[in-house]
Design a protein around this ligand. Sequence first.
Ligand SMILES: O=P(O)(O)O[C@H]1O[C@H](CO)[C@@H](O)[C@H]1O
Ligand SMILES: O=c1cc[nH]c(=O)[nH]1
Length: 236
Amino acid sequence: MTVHIGAKPGEIAETVLIPGDPYRARWAAETYLDDARLVTEVRGELGFTGTWRGHPVTIQGSGMGMPSLSIYANELIRDYGARTLIRVGSCGGMQAHVKVRDVILAMSASSVSTPSATILRELNYAPHADWGLLRAAADAAEAIGAPTHVGGIHSSDTFYDERGDLTEQLTRHGILGVEMEAAELYILAARHGCRALAILTVSDHLQTGEELPSDQRERSFGQMIEIALAAAFPGE
Ligand SMILES: O=P(O)(O)O[C@H]1O[C@H](CO)[C@@H](O)[C@H]1O
Ligand SMILES: O=c1cc[nH]c(=O)[nH]1
């Protein structure tokens, strides 16, 4: 057990899917895993372990924002031996061709800052996805016919952002969507020799103003869960 995860040793799988929303974790575990059982509920941040096609999988909520994600990713990797970490999150669409409910595979994650900035200092490190996971996810998305985009995203510290000029520059530079965790996940995975990918479903759109309600963000983003599981275990 760690300060923030109540699972016993051996109760967390090497492959972990990480939504921000703990109730998305519960829905995904109940919907896609066999024999899913609750292994931690410290602070209400639910984690479940079960199997997918015989492979052990944990689905652990991270909370919102990079500081919270950093706590869970650090403990999953350093204390529980997680090796493959796939974020399954929602994001805001930032390009006209990216529609609500489309899937984004985050090849890279730009940011203004991350919790790792104190370690990286002057280095403008480029947080990026694991190539094997990214390729497998793209194959899986194509196989199920999910409308999918592959490219750069922005990991923000601010949901209610007031920097319209920053959004404009991100959009101008081809950023597909905005969320709040992937950059730090990619940096931590690189630091600890793990594999990471962020798979996002577009829940709202910065240009059109469309937005899905919270119950749909919690329980209806099944294609990204299917893609994540297929990417973690290609060939299954
Ligand atoms: O749906 P999740 O995975 O929480 O991801 C997005 O939603 C939250 C904001 O509503 C942030 O955590 C953002 O990254
Ligand atoms: O961080 C996020 C997540 C969903 N939608 C947004 O606009 N931002």
